[in-house]
Design a protein around this ligand. Sequence first.
Ligand code: FE2
Length: 343
Amino acid sequence: MKKHTILAVDDDRTNLQIVRDVLEKDYDLQLAISGEMALRFVSRRRPDLILMDLMMPGMDGKETMRRIRMENANQKIPFVFLTANQSPEEEAACLDMGASDFISKPIVPSVLERRISRIMELEDFHHDLEAKVEEKTRQYQELALESIFAIVNIIEAKDEITEGHSVRVAGYSMALAKAMGYDEQRVEEVYQTGLLHDVGKIGIPDLILKKEGKLTNEEYGEIKEHTSIGGHILAAIETMGYLADGAKYHHERYDGTGYPQGLKGDEIPEIGRIIAVADVFDALVSKRHYKEPMDTEAARNEIIRGSGTQFDPKIVEVFLKLMDDGTVDRIRSQSIRVREPEE
Ligand SMILES: [Fe+2]
Protein backbone atom coordinates (compact mmCIF):
# COMPACT_ATOMS: atom_id res chain seq x y z
CA MET A 1 0.00 0.00 0.00
CA LYS A 2 1.13 3.53 -0.76
CA LYS A 3 2.53 5.31 2.27
CA HIS A 4 0.58 8.28 3.58
CA THR A 5 2.30 11.63 3.31
CA ILE A 6 2.61 13.54 6.56
CA LEU A 7 3.85 17.10 6.71
CA ALA A 8 5.37 17.99 10.08
CA VAL A 9 5.79 21.71 10.78
CA ASP A 10 7.80 22.97 13.76
CA ASP A 11 10.34 25.76 14.21
CA ASP A 12 12.17 23.62 16.76
CA ARG A 13 14.50 21.23 14.96
CA THR A 14 14.87 18.99 18.00
CA ASN A 15 11.14 18.34 17.90
CA LEU A 16 11.26 17.66 14.17
CA GLN A 17 14.03 15.15 14.85
CA ILE A 18 11.85 13.28 17.36
CA VAL A 19 8.94 13.30 14.93
CA ARG A 20 11.23 11.96 12.24
CA ASP A 21 12.51 9.16 14.46
CA VAL A 22 8.96 8.06 15.23
CA LEU A 23 7.17 8.48 11.93
CA GLU A 24 9.73 8.11 9.17
CA LYS A 25 9.57 4.34 8.94
CA ASP A 26 5.79 4.17 8.39
CA TYR A 27 5.08 7.35 6.48
CA ASP A 28 6.33 9.50 3.67
CA LEU A 29 7.41 12.22 6.08
CA GLN A 30 8.01 15.79 4.93
CA LEU A 31 9.39 18.50 7.21
CA ALA A 32 8.95 22.26 7.34
CA ILE A 33 10.39 24.70 9.84
CA SER A 34 7.88 27.53 9.35
CA GLY A 35 4.30 28.22 8.35
CA GLU A 36 5.51 29.86 5.13
CA MET A 37 7.47 26.76 4.21
CA ALA A 38 4.43 24.58 4.94
CA LEU A 39 2.28 26.74 2.65
CA ARG A 40 4.83 26.38 -0.13
CA PHE A 41 4.89 22.61 0.28
CA VAL A 42 1.10 22.27 0.29
CA SER A 43 0.79 24.40 -2.84
CA ARG A 44 2.87 21.77 -4.67
CA ARG A 45 1.60 18.61 -3.05
CA ARG A 46 -1.30 17.72 -0.78
CA PRO A 47 -0.29 15.78 2.35
CA ASP A 48 -2.67 13.27 3.98
CA LEU A 49 -2.12 14.81 7.39
CA ILE A 50 -0.42 17.88 8.82
CA LEU A 51 1.25 17.76 12.21
CA MET A 52 1.84 21.31 13.28
CA ASP A 53 3.38 23.22 16.11
CA LEU A 54 0.86 25.71 17.45
CA MET A 55 3.39 28.33 18.59
CA MET A 56 5.82 29.40 15.90
CA PRO A 57 7.48 32.76 15.32
CA GLY A 58 5.96 34.62 12.38
CA MET A 59 3.00 32.71 11.05
CA ASP A 60 1.71 30.57 13.91
CA GLY A 61 0.03 27.18 13.59
CA LYS A 62 -3.52 28.47 13.60
CA GLU A 63 -2.84 31.06 10.92
CA THR A 64 -1.00 28.51 8.77
CA MET A 65 -3.95 26.15 9.05
CA ARG A 66 -6.39 28.92 8.15
CA ARG A 67 -4.41 29.79 5.03
CA ILE A 68 -4.00 26.19 3.94
CA ARG A 69 -7.69 25.55 4.37
CA MET A 70 -8.64 28.58 2.27
CA GLU A 71 -8.02 26.34 -0.70
CA ASN A 72 -11.15 24.22 -1.19
CA ALA A 73 -9.24 21.08 -2.04
CA ASN A 74 -7.31 21.34 1.24
CA GLN A 75 -10.29 21.57 3.53
CA LYS A 76 -10.33 17.92 4.38
CA ILE A 77 -6.67 17.56 5.32
CA PRO A 78 -6.62 16.59 9.01
CA PHE A 79 -4.53 18.81 11.28
CA VAL A 80 -2.94 17.66 14.51
CA PHE A 81 -1.44 20.37 16.71
CA LEU A 82 1.62 20.05 18.88
CA THR A 83 1.02 22.11 22.00
CA ALA A 84 3.19 23.12 24.90
CA ASN A 85 1.03 24.02 27.90
CA GLN A 86 -1.56 25.97 25.91
CA SER A 87 -4.72 27.03 27.70
CA PRO A 88 -7.84 24.85 27.35
CA GLU A 89 -9.52 27.86 25.67
CA GLU A 90 -6.78 27.89 23.05
CA GLU A 91 -7.24 24.19 22.44
CA ALA A 92 -11.01 24.60 22.17
CA ALA A 93 -10.52 27.38 19.60
CA CYS A 94 -8.32 25.08 17.53
CA LEU A 95 -10.87 22.29 17.69
CA ASP A 96 -13.52 24.78 16.57
CA MET A 97 -11.37 25.60 13.58
CA GLY A 98 -11.44 21.94 12.65
CA ALA A 99 -8.26 20.48 14.19
CA SER A 100 -8.48 16.71 14.55
CA ASP A 101 -6.39 16.30 17.68
CA PHE A 102 -3.66 17.62 20.00
CA ILE A 103 -0.43 16.12 21.08
CA SER A 104 1.24 17.80 24.00
CA LYS A 105 4.91 18.54 24.22
CA PRO A 106 7.29 17.24 25.23
CA ILE A 107 6.51 14.64 22.59
CA VAL A 108 6.13 11.10 23.92
CA PRO A 109 7.08 8.87 20.95
CA SER A 110 4.67 6.02 21.78
CA VAL A 111 1.75 8.47 22.06
CA LEU A 112 2.66 10.27 18.87
CA GLU A 113 2.88 7.02 16.96
CA ARG A 114 -0.48 5.72 18.19
CA ARG A 115 -2.39 8.96 17.76
CA ILE A 116 -1.20 9.44 14.20
CA SER A 117 -1.87 5.86 13.20
CA ARG A 118 -5.38 6.06 14.73
CA ILE A 119 -6.18 9.22 12.77
CA MET A 120 -4.83 7.76 9.54
CA GLU A 121 -6.95 4.62 10.03
CA LEU A 122 -10.03 6.74 10.54
CA GLU A 123 -9.18 8.79 7.45
CA ASP A 124 -8.81 5.65 5.35
CA PHE A 125 -12.10 4.34 6.64
CA HIS A 126 -13.74 7.65 5.87
CA HIS A 127 -12.36 7.78 2.31
CA ASP A 128 -13.47 4.22 1.73
CA LEU A 129 -16.96 4.99 2.87
CA GLU A 130 -17.11 8.12 0.75
CA ALA A 131 -16.01 6.20 -2.32
CA LYS A 132 -18.61 3.52 -1.67
CA VAL A 133 -21.41 6.06 -1.21
CA GLU A 134 -20.32 7.83 -4.39
CA GLU A 135 -20.33 4.57 -6.33
CA LYS A 136 -23.75 3.58 -5.00
CA THR A 137 -25.15 7.00 -5.83
CA ARG A 138 -23.77 6.74 -9.35
CA GLN A 139 -25.30 3.28 -9.77
CA TYR A 140 -28.62 4.51 -8.46
CA GLN A 141 -28.65 7.45 -10.87
CA GLU A 142 -27.73 5.20 -13.75
CA LEU A 143 -30.50 2.76 -12.88
CA ALA A 144 -33.00 5.62 -12.66
CA LEU A 145 -32.01 6.93 -16.08
CA GLU A 146 -32.00 3.46 -17.66
CA SER A 147 -35.48 2.80 -16.30
CA ILE A 148 -36.66 6.13 -17.66
CA PHE A 149 -35.25 5.30 -21.09
CA ALA A 150 -36.96 1.91 -21.00
CA ILE A 151 -40.26 3.73 -20.46
CA VAL A 152 -39.39 6.18 -23.26
CA ASN A 153 -38.95 3.19 -25.56
CA ILE A 154 -42.43 2.01 -24.63
CA ILE A 155 -43.91 5.45 -25.36
CA GLU A 156 -42.16 5.72 -28.68
CA ALA A 157 -42.94 2.15 -29.73
CA LYS A 158 -46.61 3.16 -29.69
CA ASP A 159 -46.14 5.53 -32.59
CA GLU A 160 -43.04 5.50 -34.80
CA ILE A 161 -43.74 8.96 -36.18
CA THR A 162 -43.01 10.57 -32.82
CA GLU A 163 -39.68 8.80 -32.54
CA GLY A 164 -37.06 10.96 -30.81
CA HIS A 165 -39.70 13.43 -29.63
CA SER A 166 -39.22 12.66 -25.94
CA VAL A 167 -35.43 12.99 -26.11
CA ARG A 168 -35.60 16.28 -28.02
CA VAL A 169 -38.24 17.76 -25.72
CA ALA A 170 -36.09 16.71 -22.76
CA GLY A 171 -33.06 18.34 -24.41
CA TYR A 172 -34.81 21.66 -25.08
CA SER A 173 -36.34 21.66 -21.60
CA MET A 174 -32.97 21.02 -20.02
CA ALA A 175 -31.40 23.86 -22.01
CA LEU A 176 -34.22 26.17 -20.92
CA ALA A 177 -33.76 25.20 -17.26
CA LYS A 178 -30.02 25.81 -17.50
CA ALA A 179 -30.51 29.20 -19.13
CA MET A 180 -33.08 30.08 -16.47
CA GLY A 181 -30.45 29.51 -13.78
CA TYR A 182 -31.59 26.16 -12.35
CA ASP A 183 -28.91 24.35 -10.38
CA GLU A 184 -27.33 21.16 -11.71
CA GLN A 185 -29.62 18.82 -9.78
CA ARG A 186 -32.80 20.58 -10.93
CA VAL A 187 -31.55 20.68 -14.53
CA GLU A 188 -31.17 16.89 -14.41
CA GLU A 189 -34.68 16.57 -12.94
CA VAL A 190 -36.09 18.73 -15.73
CA TYR A 191 -34.36 16.49 -18.29
CA GLN A 192 -35.88 13.35 -16.79
CA THR A 193 -39.29 15.01 -16.52
CA GLY A 194 -39.09 16.04 -20.18
CA LEU A 195 -38.29 12.47 -21.21
CA LEU A 196 -41.49 11.23 -19.61
CA HIS A 197 -43.90 14.07 -20.41
CA ASP A 198 -45.91 11.94 -22.85
CA VAL A 199 -45.92 8.71 -20.85
CA GLY A 200 -49.72 8.93 -20.57
CA LYS A 201 -49.97 8.14 -24.30
CA ILE A 202 -49.47 4.54 -23.23
CA GLY A 203 -53.11 4.67 -22.12
CA ILE A 204 -54.51 6.08 -25.39
CA PRO A 205 -55.78 3.69 -28.09
CA ASP A 206 -53.52 3.46 -31.17
CA LEU A 207 -56.42 4.12 -33.51
CA ILE A 208 -56.78 7.59 -32.05
CA LEU A 209 -53.05 8.31 -31.67
CA LYS A 210 -52.33 7.37 -35.27
CA LYS A 211 -55.49 8.73 -36.88
CA GLU A 212 -54.63 10.71 -39.99
CA GLY A 213 -57.83 12.69 -40.45
CA LYS A 214 -59.42 15.19 -38.12
CA LEU A 215 -60.27 13.94 -34.64
CA THR A 216 -63.86 13.94 -33.43
CA ASN A 217 -64.53 15.87 -30.22
CA GLU A 218 -64.76 12.62 -28.38
CA GLU A 219 -61.42 11.39 -29.72
CA TYR A 220 -59.77 14.70 -28.87
CA GLY A 221 -61.21 14.34 -25.39
CA GLU A 222 -59.53 10.96 -25.12
CA ILE A 223 -56.16 12.32 -26.32
CA LYS A 224 -56.33 15.01 -23.66
CA GLU A 225 -56.53 12.28 -21.06
CA HIS A 226 -52.83 11.47 -21.62
CA THR A 227 -51.90 14.31 -19.24
CA SER A 228 -53.86 12.97 -16.28
CA ILE A 229 -52.97 9.38 -17.10
CA GLY A 230 -49.27 10.35 -17.25
CA GLY A 231 -49.49 12.20 -13.95
CA HIS A 232 -51.10 9.18 -12.40
CA ILE A 233 -48.51 6.72 -13.77
CA LEU A 234 -45.58 8.84 -12.57
CA ALA A 235 -47.06 9.57 -9.15
CA ALA A 236 -46.16 5.96 -8.37
CA ILE A 237 -42.43 6.85 -8.54
CA GLU A 238 -42.42 8.52 -5.19
CA THR A 239 -38.66 8.97 -4.85
CA MET A 240 -38.77 11.12 -7.99
CA GLY A 241 -41.83 13.11 -7.05
CA TYR A 242 -40.94 15.86 -9.53
CA LEU A 243 -41.67 13.67 -12.58
CA ALA A 244 -45.46 13.79 -12.47
CA ASP A 245 -45.88 17.56 -12.94
CA GLY A 246 -44.35 17.57 -16.42
CA ALA A 247 -46.76 14.93 -17.71
CA LYS A 248 -49.70 16.51 -15.99
CA TYR A 249 -49.23 20.16 -16.89
CA HIS A 250 -47.49 20.36 -20.27
CA HIS A 251 -50.76 21.13 -22.10
CA GLU A 252 -51.89 23.88 -19.76
CA ARG A 253 -51.91 27.27 -21.49
CA TYR A 254 -50.69 30.52 -20.00
CA ASP A 255 -54.09 32.17 -20.62
CA GLY A 256 -55.92 29.43 -18.72
CA THR A 257 -57.55 27.73 -21.71
CA GLY A 258 -55.41 24.58 -21.64
CA TYR A 259 -56.00 21.18 -20.09
CA PRO A 260 -56.42 19.15 -17.91
CA GLN A 261 -57.10 21.79 -15.23
CA GLY A 262 -57.27 25.10 -17.10
CA LEU A 263 -54.62 26.61 -14.81
CA LYS A 264 -53.47 30.13 -15.62
CA GLY A 265 -50.07 31.93 -15.58
CA ASP A 266 -47.94 31.11 -12.57
CA GLU A 267 -50.54 28.66 -11.27
CA ILE A 268 -49.09 26.27 -13.83
CA PRO A 269 -45.99 24.64 -12.31
CA GLU A 270 -42.93 26.07 -14.08
CA ILE A 271 -41.88 22.66 -15.37
CA GLY A 272 -45.23 22.49 -17.22
CA ARG A 273 -44.63 25.91 -18.80
CA ILE A 274 -41.09 24.90 -19.83
CA ILE A 275 -42.10 21.62 -21.43
CA ALA A 276 -45.05 23.31 -23.18
CA VAL A 277 -42.67 25.47 -25.27
CA ALA A 278 -40.25 22.60 -25.94
CA ASP A 279 -43.07 20.20 -26.85
CA VAL A 280 -44.88 22.52 -29.26
CA PHE A 281 -41.67 23.59 -30.99
CA ASP A 282 -40.68 19.98 -31.59
CA ALA A 283 -44.17 19.04 -32.80
CA LEU A 284 -44.18 21.97 -35.23
CA VAL A 285 -40.86 21.12 -36.88
CA SER A 286 -41.60 17.37 -37.00
CA LYS A 287 -43.78 15.31 -39.28
CA ARG A 288 -47.06 14.10 -37.80
CA HIS A 289 -49.79 11.81 -39.15
CA TYR A 290 -51.90 14.85 -39.83
CA LYS A 291 -49.23 17.31 -41.09
CA GLU A 292 -45.86 17.87 -42.72
CA PRO A 293 -42.95 19.45 -40.78
CA MET A 294 -42.82 23.23 -40.58
CA ASP A 295 -39.54 25.06 -41.24
CA THR A 296 -37.69 26.52 -38.27
CA GLU A 297 -38.40 30.15 -39.06
CA ALA A 298 -42.16 29.55 -39.30
CA ALA A 299 -42.04 27.54 -36.07
CA ARG A 300 -40.20 30.37 -34.40
CA ASN A 301 -42.97 32.77 -35.44
CA GLU A 302 -45.58 30.37 -34.10
CA ILE A 303 -43.84 30.30 -30.73
CA ILE A 304 -43.68 34.11 -30.71
CA ARG A 305 -47.38 34.25 -31.64
CA GLY A 306 -48.21 32.03 -28.65
CA SER A 307 -46.24 34.15 -26.16
CA GLY A 308 -48.55 35.36 -23.40
CA THR A 309 -51.51 33.26 -24.61
CA GLN A 310 -50.28 29.70 -24.99
CA PHE A 311 -46.84 30.18 -23.43
CA ASP A 312 -45.18 31.99 -20.56
CA PRO A 313 -43.55 35.04 -22.22
CA LYS A 314 -40.45 34.77 -19.99
CA ILE A 315 -39.84 31.24 -21.19
CA VAL A 316 -40.47 32.15 -24.83
CA GLU A 317 -37.86 34.86 -24.50
CA VAL A 318 -35.28 32.36 -23.21
CA PHE A 319 -36.20 29.87 -25.92
CA LEU A 320 -35.70 32.46 -28.67
CA LYS A 321 -32.24 33.17 -27.28
CA LEU A 322 -31.47 29.46 -27.39
CA MET A 323 -32.63 29.40 -31.00
CA ASP A 324 -30.44 32.37 -31.86
CA ASP A 325 -27.30 31.05 -30.24
CA GLY A 326 -27.62 27.68 -32.00
CA THR A 327 -28.43 25.61 -28.90
CA VAL A 328 -31.79 24.46 -30.24
CA ASP A 329 -30.28 23.37 -33.57
CA ARG A 330 -27.52 21.52 -31.80
CA ILE A 331 -29.95 19.58 -29.61
CA ARG A 332 -32.08 18.79 -32.63
CA SER A 333 -29.19 17.36 -34.60
CA GLN A 334 -27.70 15.51 -31.64
CA SER A 335 -30.89 13.89 -30.41
CA ILE A 336 -30.17 10.22 -30.43
CA ARG A 337 -32.54 7.58 -31.70
CA VAL A 338 -33.75 5.60 -28.72
CA ARG A 339 -35.24 2.91 -30.91
CA GLU A 340 -33.76 1.52 -34.09
CA PRO A 341 -35.85 2.39 -37.12
CA GLU A 342 -37.60 -0.49 -38.82
CA GLU A 343 -35.99 -1.78 -41.99
FE1 FE2 B 1 -48.42 15.74 -24.76
